[in-house]
Design a binder for this molecule. Structure first.
Ligand SMILES: Nc1ncnc2c1ncn2[C@@H]1O[C@H](COP(=O)(O)OP(=O)(O)O)[C@@H](O)[C@H]1O
Ligand SMILES: [Mg+2]
Length: 215
């Protein structure tokens, strides 16, 4: 198993009321899997993705990456997030003042030389068919291109698991299709993917669907 969740619990408190989001939730994922997390708005999809991805601690339970508890110590958690996990969100969060190539290369500089990061960034963008766009700024790209650059950025440190939260939520039908094709290609190359969506059609490209309900 590459990723496991064991008996997760998560509540939020809002004023005097408690919102139960996860109750004794367990999950296993093998290397190379492609899981779509589907459920209505407010069901806890984003919370689950954040907990599995090391972005938010559960109230109780464990998340294991290659058998190791990711919340065991903070330094270890930082390493796992930087070196083994990639994230894509609904909004691309690209830096306006940097080109597509720079946006992808910058997070790659944590783990290697600047020259090496730029070479890898160029390779990843070329594989996505964005070779002719590398020197464009985000505002000079279409919504679909912006999101593909954000996916490239998530891949710069060669993660083993890619986490995506409604990555097509802000795109029209044609751009959604292109972005989803990209996820399919990456999974076929061996990348493990967890993708949150409320769109059944998008979920159908995954190998398996995990349905979450509002508690
Ligand atoms: N930081 C927070 N503080 C309080 N409530 C939250 C917080 N984050 C999420 N929630 C609540 O938890 C529930 C699940 O939210 P979320 O995981 O974002 O659902 P989804 O992604 O499926 O729409 C919702 O009722 C939401 O309002
Ligand atoms: Mg959400």
């Amino acid at each position: 198993m590459i990723l496991e969740a064991k008996n997760l619990y998560k509540n939020y408190t809002k004023g005097n009321s408690i919102i139960k989001v996860l109750e004794n939730f367990s999950f296993e994922m093998e290397k190379g899997d492609f899981v779509a997390v589907v459920g209505p708005s407010g069901a806890g999809k984003s919370t689950l993705l954040h907990i599995l991805g090391g972005l938010e601690k559960p109230d109780d339970g464990f998340v294991l990456f290659n058998g190791e508890n990711i919340y065991n110590n903070d330094k270890n958690l930082d390493n796992i997030r930087n070196e083994h996990f990639g994230f894509v969100f609904q909004f691309h969060y690209l830096l306006d003042d940097f080109t597509a190539l720079e946006n992808v290369a910058i997070p790659g500089m944590i783990n290697g030389s600047e020259k090496d990061a730029f070479e890898r960034a160029r390779d990843i963008l070329a594989k996505m068919g964005l070779e002719s766009r590398i020197n464009h700024f985000p505002k000079e790209l279409s919504g679909g291109e912006q999101q593909r650059v954000a996916i490239a950025r998530a891949l710069i440190n060669s993660p083993s698991v890619l986490f995506a939260d409604e990555p097509t939520g802000n795109l029209d039908k044609d751009n959604s299709k292109i972005v989803i094709e990209e996820f399919k290609r990456l999974n076929a190359e061996g990348l493990s993917i967890i993708l949150v969506t409320h769109d059944e059609k998008i979920a159908s490209v995954a190998k398996r669907i995990l349905r979450v309900e509002k508690l």
